[in-house]
Design a binder for this molecule. Structure first.
Ligand code: ZN
Length: 214
């Protein structure tokens, strides 16, 4: 089956285009370094971390998953996110991963939400951890591509919501730690709005973790 698929769609590394593999060992090594601390212009008020800077394997993998429909990259991105999450979390508390909301139309166009998919892959490697897509955007939020920092703020202000009903039905443990996960952090506008939306329903975010940060 794999050989047959290779004829149609030759495999290449999602991080560096090396042919014959989906994800090479060099790219895996690049993404398994210690997370780097980010200081976005829009400060969500919680520590922000990235698996790597917005270049190299991290950036290419994010773009391939998002723009080229490389669903298979959820697996290696999940492994790398899990590694970072296990260093960031408190060992004695349950962990809840909340994927940053993606605009539904954009997610559909991309054939699903790559952030949610990678987050789900990550939780498979972690004990006492669940991924709960609590946050969503209101329908009129534009895709942020091409917007300035100011425009992004305006676009997102108050438009990321966490429905209290969703929180109740998720049966969240009392002492849960919340980590917000996204693919890219640039201005910090999405993270800031999502952290704020989570706090409005009584959920305190411990950290933000992204694949790559600008
Ligand atoms: Zn590679």
């Amino acid at each position: 089956m794999r050989t047959l698929l290779d004829l149609v769609l030759p495999a290449s590394c999602g991080g560096c285009d090396t042919p014959g593999v989906d994800w090479c060992t060099d790219c895996a090594a690049e993404l398994s370094r210690d997370p780097i601390r980010l200081r976005p212009r829009s400060d969500p008020g919680v520590p922000c971390w990235a698996l790597g800077p917005y270049r190299g394997a991290a950036r290419r993998a994010v773009l391939a998953a998002k723009e080229r429909g490389r669903r298979d990259l959820a697996a290696p991105l999940g492994v790398a996110l899990a590694r970072a999450l296990s260093t960031l979390r408190a060992k004695d508390r349950p962990l809840m991963v909340v994927p940053a909301p993606s605009r539904r139309a954009a997610a559909r166009r991309r054939g699903g939400d790559p952030v949610l998919r990678a987050a789900r892959a990550a939780t498979g490697w972690l004990h006492d951890c669940q991924v709960v897509p609590l946050a969503r955007t209101r329908w009129y939020v534009r895709d942020s591509v091409g917007l300035t920092t100011r425009e992004r703020h305006h676009n997102l202000h108050g438009r990321i919501i966490v429905a209290p009903a969703a929180v109740n039905s998720a049966q969240i443990p009392e002492n849960v730690e919340v980590v917000l996960v996204d693919d890219v952090l640039t201005t910090g506008a999405t993270a800031t709005e999502t952290v704020r939306a989570l706090s409005r329903v009584g959920l305190r975010t411990r950290a933000v973790l992204v694949v790559c940060g600008a």
